[in-house]
Design a protein around this ligand. Structure first.
Ligand code: UTP
Length: 313
């Protein structure tokens, strides 16, 4: 079994990042100097993927423009001898063989994956969510491909999350197979606390057998009125053909404001060109916070609450 193709669903509305996502796809929001989707394509390529399909939607032209040639810009950079910039611009157009399909109605992740049916054909394929960036040694998609090949089954990426957080994810029912690999027996989407199977949540990466398309075709709308990929995965679990990999990487969810800011700061701190400046900036900020906390506490201690001096206590 060889996994050559990947699908990146990137058609969603990105409502948690409005108003920016009104005209910029959330997958195009910059993480330091590259858009989020750039890191995802890099992971797919590093995992041995040869062909990538990006599922786009209305107003998402910035995605296909990003991976295209830009002759005017390239000529201008060439004329001004900006060879490093030219190299960066060309690289984005040449990093992978990418094509696009439009999800005409935003009907959920399951529907977005189903839109890839004719691109995928009859072979296993990877799915990488367009707003989840993984940082680690071995690409997460590669970790999943290895498990899928070993167990001749679909594989999903999973990690343990808090009891509070699991109600916002898909909770897996699992049985141990080996270190970090489980047989996935069942799955439930966004469970209420009494319906949680385990604290292992499916997070952003999948390797799927093509039988998922027949399943999705017959999957009715589920949670939130959308066709949920999780409901299709449930059918794969129950037919005994899915494993879950507790992947070794840090996952960043760039699709909400806190996750996005965390991603930008962490990636900037890993960039040698930015790190010294950012470290100093953050250190000064923290010193400022500590100093103002100290002054406020001292003032309250000396004057007591409600002293009427006009300062914030
Ligand atoms: P999300 O649920 O995180 O994306 O889907 P969203 O719907 O855009 O987010 P909010 O809740 O409105 O803020 C994960 C990935 O699946 C894609 C999204 O673009 C995102 O990359 N997706 C989701 C689709 O391609 N189509 C859909 O119908 C739904």
């Amino acid at each position: 079994m060889k996994v050559r193709k990947a699908v990146i669903p990137a058609a969603g509305f990105g409502t948690r990042m409005l108003p920016a996502t009104k005209s910029i796809p959330k997958e195009m929001l910059p993480i330091v100097d590259k858009p989020a989707i750039h890191y995802i394509v890099e992971e797919a390529v590093a995992s041995g993927i040869e062909d990538i399909l990006i599922v786009t939607g209305r107003g998402k032209h910035a995605l296909d423009d990003y991976f295209d040639y830009t002759p005017d810009l390239e000529q201008s950079l060439m004329r001004s001898n900006k060879s490093a910039e030219l190299e960066k611009v060309r690289h984005t157009a040449e990093m992978a063989n990418i094509c696009y399909v439009r999800q005409k109605e935003i009907k959920g992740l399951g529907h977005a994956v189903w839109c890839a049916k004719s691109f995928v054909g009859d072979e296993p394929f990877a799915v990488l969510l367009g707003d989840d960036i993984m940082f680690g040694h071995t690409p997460v998609t590669k970790q999943l491909i290895d498990a899928a090949v070993k167990y001749h089954s679909s594989a999903v990426g999973a990690q343990e999350v808090s009891l509070e957080a699991i109600t916002g994810y898909s909770s897996l029912k699992i049985e141990s197979l080996e270190e970090r690999v489980f047989k996935a027996v069942d799955v439930v989407e966004k469970p209420t606390p009494d319906k949680v199977f385990s604290q292992y949540a499916i997070l952003g990466r999948y390797v799927l057998l093509p039988e998922i398309f027949d399943i999705l075709e017959n999957t009715p709308p589920g949670f939130g009125g959308e066709i949920q990929l999780t409901d299709g995965l449930g059918a794969l679990c129950r037919s005994g053909s899915m494993v879950a990999v507790d992947f070794d990487a840090r996952r960043y969810d760039t699709g909400n404001l806190h996750g996005y800011l965390e991603t930008v700061i962490d990636f900037a701190l890993r960039d040698p060109g930015v790190e010294p400046w950012l470290r100093q900036f953050l250190t000064d900020k923290v010193r400022g916070f500590l100093m103002s906390d100290y002054i406020n506490n001292k003032h309250t201690h000396e004057h007591g609450d409600g002293c009427g001096c006009g300062h914030d206590h």
